[in-house]
Design a protein around this ligand. Structure first.
Ligand SMILES: Cc1cc2nc3c(=O)[nH]c(=O)nc-3n(C[C@H](O)[C@H](O)[C@H](O)COP(=O)(O)OP(=O)(O)OC[C@H]3O[C@@H](n4cnc5c(N)ncnc54)[C@H](O)[C@@H]3O)c2cc1C
Length: 535
């Protein structure tokens, strides 16, 4: 994945996609596969907006059943099945447990009915087991850290997990393979229009080289997520249809189980998750209206207090305190505003707007359903270009780094090789899953430099060779690109100055950083993920 800003100059493009979150990345991938000349620009790094701050679930969304959103849930569950097949290294089954307590908003019968319906809507061939119910003694026996007081019974059901930022990166890699010009750290400053008000592309700025230039495109797609309505040249009306909602996750030590939990907060009856992730635990999310600048979204003390208090109510044995928090992150989702009272009630349905001729603007949606909705967006772009749509190519196409052959055999082999090259077992396994068939490149680096098998940080199962690989072959340009998204160590561990300087040294050797640039990168990442703001 080479960053080549020159590819954006010269010929006019059929499609300019602004924003390299999961929606923009899938749109570029799909459109390039359908033969369009596509440019994808991202002002930061791939997935560095909302798409790095999700709950990392590929799921139907059990709670949407309460809003009778059966179509939404069914479509997302079909997508869950599809994505596990197309990317078994990237999307994996997770067992969720629901401990039911006296006073919970949803009682036993309603929960049982909901889970039954969830299984039915999923249909056959799903990667997860159907739901099950178990009594109080069995629940406590299996999960000894649950609060016994008030526990009535337990349920389990299946959904899937992923690493959102790496998922996004791999979709960009697929877009590039299909011929799209994809460049990160390039910002769209303003949409451009002809005399009749038709959008003709955008004024772009290379945030690395500093130059500005105009990119002409027959269709422009504003996939800038929560930043979308703020893009200069967008009609004012676009802001009124968007509602921004902030969500926070905390990273905590692992629980003695590989299962995830769905819990209900006493304070407001909302559901939230406790999810195992890279040997740690993700706890989230909050869900609050957000009126501020999406660039300034941050984790507040009140978010931390809410999540810890509500989690400790059910996970009494964990006794998590602020001191246990290893990392935290906040994100802003864009929802289609329908005037609902609370943020939690707003639909997660997606819509495609056409605010001006030559301009498409996707609004709302979910990580899980983004591939399918990108397909609808490209269908519309093709119609506007007067071309036949044809079948959606991403529907059956394996991900760019999907290993070939029998997946389990490949994983066993990659794991064994990683171990032989000095990786600890957990790092070797995640390394294979995170890189797919390209793990061979990381292994190649390790074969020459066994000293790079060491972890980046104790509680983050990523090796130093992955830092080199990120800078060399994954279009990482900053230390934040590397430590937040290529290897999300910055949110899984409290990185000290030594770990940061070591990573900067490794990355800098690949990217030609001066001592001054290294110091600046270290200072920036240190400030961003130090105590306090960890957005
Ligand atoms: C807390 C939380 C939890 C969630 N959990 C889940 C979940 O578990 N499962 C699920 O399916 N969905 C989940 N979602 C929803 C999902 O994360 C979003 O639907 C999805 O990530 C939105 O992607 P996007 O591409 O639209 O936006 P973004 O990821 O925000 O992408 C927009 C991109 O545009 C870039 N950009 C902005 N302005 C410009 C410009 N001028 N020029 C160039 N680039 C620009 C930004 O840097 C950004 O990278 C969650 C959302 C939140 C907030």
């Amino acid at each position: 994945m080479r960053r080549d800003v020159d590819r954006l100059a010269g010929d006019a493009f059929d499609l300019l996609v602004v924003g390299g979150g999961i929606y923009g990345s899938w749109i570029a991938n799909d459109a390039a596969l359908r033969g369009l000349r596509v440019a994808l620009v991202e002002r930061g790094d791939w997935g560095s907006g909302t798409s790095q701050a999700s709950s990392k679930l590929i799921h139907g969304g059990l709670r949407y059943l309460e809003y009778l959103k059966f179509g939404l849930v069914r479509r997302a569950l079909a997508e869950r099945r599809r994505l596990v097949k197309l990317a078994p290294h990237r999307v994996y089954p997770l067992r969720f447990v629901i401990p039911l307590y006296q006073g919970d908003r949803v009682g036993r019968l309603r929960m049982e009915a909901g889970l039954w319906l969830y299984d039915r809507l999923a249909g056959g061939g799903q990667p997860v087991a159907p739901h099950a119910a178990f009594g109080r003694p069995e629940t406590l026996e299996r999960y000894g850290f649950l609060t016994a007081d008030g526990l009535k019974c337990g349920f389990s059901y299946g959904d899937c997990g992923t690493d959102d930022a790496r998922f996004c990166l791999e979709v960009v890699a697929g877009a590039m393979e299909a011929g799209a010009a994809c460049v990160n750290h390039v910002e769209a400053l303003a949409l451009t229009q002809d005399g009749e008000g038709r959008v003709t592309g955008a004024e772009l700025r290379d945030r690395e080289g500093g130059g500005t230039f105009h990119l002409r495109a027959r269709i422009t797609i504003n996939a800038a997520g929560p930043w979308g309505p703020r893009l200069k040249g967008m009609p004012d009306s676009s802001a009124h249809i968007c509602r921004l909602v902030k969500g926070v996750h905390l990273v905590l030590p692992p629980l003695p189980t590989g299962d995830a939990f769905l819990l209900t907060a006493r304070r407001d009856g909302r559901v939230f998750f406790v999810i195992p992730w890279y040997g740690n635990t993700l706890l989230g999310t909050t869900d609050d209206d957000y009126q501020g600048d999406p660039d300034r979204v941050a984790v507040e003390a009140a978010d931390v207090e809410y999540l810890l208090t509500e989690a400790n109510r059910a996970l009494g044995g964990a006794r998590w305190t602020v001191d246990d928090v290893r990392g935290a992150f906040a994100g802003v989702r864009t929802l289609r505003d329908g005037g609902e009272h609370s943020a939690t009630d707003v639909t997660r349905e997606w819509s495609l707007e056409e605010p001006a001729p030559g301009l498409l603007f996707p609004v709302g949606g979910k990580f899980t359903s983004s591939r399918a909705e990108a397909g609808i967006t490209v269908d519309r772009a093709l119609a506007l270009l007067g071309r036949p749509a044809g079948p959606c190519p991403t529907k059956r196409r394996p991900f760019a780094w999907r290993p070939s052959g029998v997946f389990e055999d490949w994983l066993r082999h990659a794991f064994t090789v990683g171990g032989e090259l000095g990786l600890d077992a957990e790092t070797a396994r995640f390394c294979a899953l995170r890189h797919g068939q390209r793990v061979e490149r990381v292994h190649g680096i390790l074969a020459h430099r066994p000293d790079l098998a060491r972890r980046v940080a104790n509680t983050a199962p990523f090796c130093r060779a992955e830092v080199v690989h990120a800078a060399r072959s994954e279009m990482a340009r900053t230390l934040d690109d590397i430590l937040r998204r290529r290897v999300p160590a910055a949110i899984l561990a409290r990185l000290d100055a030594r770990a940061l300087e070591d990573a900067a040294q490794l990355a800098g050797a690949e990217l030609g950083w001066s001592a001054e640039r290294r110091a600046r990168e270290v200072a920036e990442v240190g400030a961003r993920y130090g105590a306090g703001d960890r957005a």
